[in-house]
Design a protein around this ligand. Sequence first.
Ligand SMILES: CC(C)(COP(=O)(O)OP(=O)(O)OC[C@H]1O[C@@H](n2cnc3c(N)ncnc32)[C@H](O)[C@@H]1OP(=O)(O)O)[C@@H](O)C(=O)NCCC(=O)NCCS
Length: 381
Amino acid sequence: MEYKIVYKATDKLLKEALNLDKQVFSKNDVGDFNTCKKWLKIEKNIYTFLVHENHCIGYINFARITDDCFNKFYDGKMKDYSLTENDILPFSKTENNRCHLISIVIAKEYRDSDAISALKEGFSRKIEKMKQAGIIIDDVIVDCVSIDGVKFVIEQFNAKFVTNSFNGKIYYSSSIYQEKRIFPTISLELLSRKNLRKASLIQYQISKNNWCGYCDLLQEVEDREKGLLQKQDLPQTYVIKWKNRCVGIIGLHLLPKHKNTIWLNWFGVLPKYRRQGIGTHALFKIISLARNLKFKEFRLVTYELWNSQAQHIYKKTMQTSEFYTNKQDWQYAIKRGRAMIFSSSLVDKRISKWNNKFVDLLSGEILHKNSIKKLKENGLI
Ligand SMILES: CC(C)(COP(=O)(O)OP(=O)(O)OC[C@H]1O[C@@H](n2cnc3c(N)ncnc32)[C@H](O)[C@@H]1OP(=O)(O)O)[C@@H](O)C(=O)NCCC(=O)NCCS
């Protein structure tokens, strides 16, 4: 598509940009025209607009802010649109430029297009131009209210998670000129008869002590072969492939009775391939698959004790977390493992907490025992 990047904030573009906010943000986070105009009086170079057919279809606003304001953001104690003209500073050639990426927004209908790349490129060009003009960005603080925002700042700025804010995640980057974070190129290969053995052994190796799921994997393949599971149906399990090797497993499934919510399943990377970004990247990919299946809520059950490494990723990326303590469910897993539920919205609406609705952890224990038995019967272990 033919996009245009515009840096000059006209009233028309600004109003269109604020209309986009309404698609994406909750009421309190929607920008206000007069406030934005006041920011622009201090620094006119705050906006990067993405324009298609003469209309703004996306934008980034990025401003230099005072140290005091920067620190408040860093501590998670400042709200994006409580920024006043007193917090904004003009970009400087002589002093530190401590900046705030206020928002990045793309119109709903352009989300799956190349619009985001065009906007990112336009923004990078602007930062580069400023650098050539002697304006060096020292550090950046961002309050990400969506999982897409988190993905953007990790990939684009190699930003690090700092803390939770009022309704998002604070990310910090000490230099946006650093190499972008390049995640290993991975692909997700749907479970089939062809990769069943490999997938089952990977799943077993990662979860052999508690959560072996071989029977479910077997069932999924059989159901697909019989035509009982169509392309869009769940469960869907995938082998994570990297450099042509099968390095992990990840999937999606449903809980009976909860039609809007899609759950993460079997997430694991083999130990020797860990700590290089494969897990995070696979999680982003599966979330995007979940969104394409038109679900509104993405959640996962995890255990503080048994999945301790995964906690880092979830705390950094997912929107809400809560302990799962349902008295009707299996108390061993709840009490010994400290069961937790992390959730993120797949649509432009805040996600509510799961609030202890029944999940059925015991079925996982039964599946585990049956699966170990079946793996032995089938000669896999
Ligand atoms: C969770 C798991 C899939 C992560 O896979 P991975 O490929 O190592 O993930 P990444 O490389 O993307 O690591 C992501 C982050 O986790 C954190 N992390 C991972 N292992 C860590 C450790 N041992 N100590 C501290 N931080 C750790 C890091 O912050 C890392 O991010 P960074 O590289 O930006 O610093 C993997 O550890 C695993 O298979 N664990 C066992 C199975 C499991 O518990 N699954 C979750 C079920 S709910």
